[in-house]
Write a protein that binds this ligand. Structure first.
Ligand SMILES: Cc1cc2nc3c(=O)[nH]c(=O)nc-3n(C[C@H](O)[C@H](O)[C@H](O)COP(=O)(O)OP(=O)(O)OC[C@H]3O[C@@H](n4cnc5c(N)ncnc54)[C@H](O)[C@@H]3O)c2cc1C
Length: 335
């Protein structure tokens, strides 16, 4: 259903009316989403809803399910492209009750809205190893779990034992992480229509100071490699097996290519930066240009790592369908 249509407006209005006055739900119609993303791009949410606790979230999803209102979960917004026309239905965020973490022995339990870099630092200070790689990039715990985030040879699945989730009809359950089929920058959470509320990691006791030292080492390595200064959302495409998306885009001659205020970074060709006021349409055009150039030159079909929200995913599929000849990029992570 198109954003802003009378039918869409009526549906989200009905949801807002059903949930109005619930103390654990903060509702706002027409909220801008760009400030909630690291790219600073995109339109408004028809309805933005922040749930304070897991019970509030279950109530929200249950009501959306009954009324047939679509939802999109936004974490720290560091791996998403929001369309210029905004997002239909309800954009869900996790509030205060999801920002607590506890460490017991080598076990770490963290709410989905906890900042992953903070959690990594806290674990390191407690003499626990396993999360160091997550100190260097923006992420919520839930986003890292949903994406099976990782870098420098470490992924979330290496240390994550189980998760608590709320399913699309509001059912709450705990699952082993393996049940979400974590792969290279993916899980099947989106297909399931479930939201992670809490994650349970098992880390390794380490020498005092060793994990902290590794965090500093990885941060230095990262500092030289990625663009700074302009809003971005990290790697645009997954690396194809045995190669790097950045190397391929650069070799295809697109490093530095601009579309309006969006640029394929001159520092790293697998990053698109917002030079100021870029639109999602401009960014999508650059993504498609990179996809086309790499496919034509190398016969490889790059696959977005970013989550394309709302109609952007369908626009991407339509524009790249039937291109043929490309190998899909679903290899192992090798950052
Ligand atoms: C400068 C920079 C560097 C980066 N470097 C890396 C890197 O080295 N390695 C890497 O893996 N990523 C990297 N990223 C990408 C990004 O940081 C990760 O993908 C991150 O884990 C996304 O978390 P988020 O909370 O921002 O999720 P969002 O971007 O808000 O969401 C991403 C997806 O996860 C889903 N999601 C979020 N929270 C939940 C939840 N609680 N339950 C269910 N689904 C949820 C969303 O619906 C969406 O589909 C980088 C990004 C930037 C800006």
């Amino acid at each position: 259903m198109p954003v802003g249509s009378a039918a869409a407006d009526e549906l989200t209005g009905a949801l807002a009316a059903r949930l109005a006055g619930r103390p654990g739900l903060r509702l706002e119609r027409g909220s801008p989403l760009a400030p909630l993303t690291t790219l600073r791009v995109g339109g408004r949410a028809e309805l933005l809803a922040e749930a304070r606790t897991e019970a509030d979230l279950a109530r929200l999803l249950g009501a959306a399910h009954e009324l047939g209102v679509p939802w999109f979960l936004l974490g720290w917004g560091s791996n998403v492209l929001i369309p210029d026309e905004g997002v239909a239905g309800v954009v869900v965020r996790l509030g205060e009750g999801f920002r607590r973490a506890a460490i017991r022995g080598a076990r770490v339990a963290a709410g989905a809205a906890v900042a992953m870099p903070k959690l990594a630092l806290r674990a390191a200070a407690a003499g626990l190893a396993g999360l160091e790689a997550f100190a260097g990039f923006p992420s919520s715990v839930g986003g890292a779990v949903a994406m099976n985030a990782g870098c420098y040879g470490t992924e979330v699945k290496d240390t994550l034992l189980s998760v608590r989730i709320v399913e699309r009809d509001g059912t709450r359950r705990r699952l082993p992480y393996a049940a979400l089929a974590p792969g290279y920058r993916r899980t099947d959470l989106r297909e399931r229509g479930a939201i992670v509320t809490r994650a349970h990691f098992l880390l390794r006791p380490d020498e005092p100071g060793a994990a902290r030292a590794r965090i500093e080492e990885l941060r230095l390595r990262r500092r030289g490699a990625l663009p700074t200064g302009h809003p971005n959302a990290g790697s645009v495409f997954k690396n194809p097996p045995g190669d790097f998306a950045g190397r391929l885009i650069e070799a295809a001659g697109l490093k530095g290519r601009r579309e309006g205020a969006a640029e394929i970074s001159v520092r790293h060709a697998n990053v698109i930066v917002n030079l100021g006021g870029a639109t999602a349409a401009e960014i999508l055009a650059l993504m498609l240009a990179a996809h086309r150039a790499v496919r034509d030159r190398f016969g490889i079909a790059l696959e977005p790592e970013w989550i394309l929200a709302g109609p952007l995913a369908a626009r991407w599929r339509e524009a790249t369908a039937g291109a043929g000849g490309g190998r899909e990029t679903d290899g192992e992570a090798r950052t």
